[in-house]
Design a protein around this ligand. Structure first.
Ligand code: GDP
Ligand code: MG
Length: 163
């Protein structure tokens, strides 16, 4: 059985873009509209010699976070619970939002190890967001650009102890 990485994060941070980059196929739908990923998508990822199963989660997208957890959210929770590591993506350009804080609270209380990554980190527009993300109470945020393929060596280093 391959080790499993679950990508989690609020809508539109680039989860599916990262999934596609790591899987190398257009398996996950990417769109400018939040909430495009309706189902959990899984694929086999390769990253600098690491080989793992990756899950692109859809949770929080169909559910107002203020309401009781719904079907999508429970599916995401199950994906994280059964993963070897959760890759928590936020938008480094947008900075930390209340939903990011809620997701961080949930992940801190889960038994699954968490890697924090700020996506859209190409260029200097991401610097403040990456600094802000220390407030989430997780490990040091790594800067990624799923679209431009940047930060993948740092992602490899962060994943290595877990898979
Ligand atoms: P998801 O909802 O988290 O799955 O996000 P998507 O992968 O669908 O991406 C949402 C939007 O962010 C799309 O317009 C992507 O092209 C864009 N995006 C994804 N990765 C990056 C990145 O590294 N840099 C920038 N600037 N945009 C990105
Ligand atoms: Mg998506």
């Amino acid at each position: 059985m391959l080790p499993t990485v679950a990508i989690v994060g609020r809508p539109n941070v680039g989860k599916s873009t990262l999934f596609n980059r790591l899987v190398g196929k257009k398996l996950a739908l990417v769109d400018d509209q939040p909430g495009v990923t309706r189902d959990r998508r899984e694929g086999e990822a390769h990253l600098l010699g690491l080989h793992f199963r990756i899950v692109d989660t859809a949770g929080y997208e169909d559910e107002d976070p203020q309401t009781l957890p719904g079907r999508m959210r429970r599916q995401t929770e199950a994906a994280v619970a059964s993963a070897d590591v959760a890759l928590f993506l936020f938008d480094a350009r947008a900075g930390v939002t209340p939903l990011d804080e809620e997701i961080a609270r949930w992940l801190r209380s889960s038994d699954t190890p968490v890697i924090l990554a700020g996506n859209k980190a190409e260029g200097r527009a991401a610097e403040d967001g990456l600094t802000e993300a220390w407030s989430l109470g997780l490990d040091e945020p790594i800067g990624l650009s799923a679209e431009h393929g940047q930060g993948l060596a740092d992602l490899f280093q962060a994943l290595l102890p877990h898979i």
